[in-house]
Design a protein around this ligand. Sequence first.
Ligand SMILES: [Zn+2]
Length: 213
Amino acid sequence: MDHTPKETDSAAVKSADTPDASPDSPPPRRRRFGRWIKAILLLLFLLLFPMIIATYHDCAICGMKHTEWRMIGVGWLLSSRNRLNPCSEWYRDQVEPEHQHVWARVPYAEGLDIFGWKVGMFQFGSLASGPFNWLMLGHQRQLAIYQRAPDPAQARTLFLKLARFEKGNTTARHNQDEIFTRLNTWIESGLKGPWPFQEGEFETSRSASPFRK
Ligand SMILES: [Zn+2]
């Protein structure tokens, strides 16, 4: 059988015989430079890419601040912290010594890199867990609402009704929107005028609760 050496065969033989002479093999200096570039790109990725998300929450009942740090993508809770404020202390002292906090997420979050440095800020209405967070109450205003309410139990029930969004286009959602609008209008007026809800409008199960005033 007739065998005619092809061009690729001769190239392979040439390359095996003289590897250092191959034009495809970069010189050592260029290879070191390439490794430096990769290391710098990796460092930039670690410095600039958010790996952790910090979310901020208010207790819909007492207004205590709560922060959570979670791993982006998998959602692992890395750490959390609670912070008292004058409203949460007043609530504990004057209304309920203990309660289970209901964390309502605010529409703002921060991205942190692997070293814990802030590398991004996010502000989306969809981050909020309920219309409570759209009120942007702050502890002073939440405390003022408690003090203006005919009974702190009514204010507590009102805040809880706004802590989580009701499902869209349902009667419950329409009622929630109406309550939100009425409360927000009262807040924007500087809490002028009387409590904008009817006596007994919210079920408060007062007899079974430890409320006192
Ligand atoms: Zn609370």
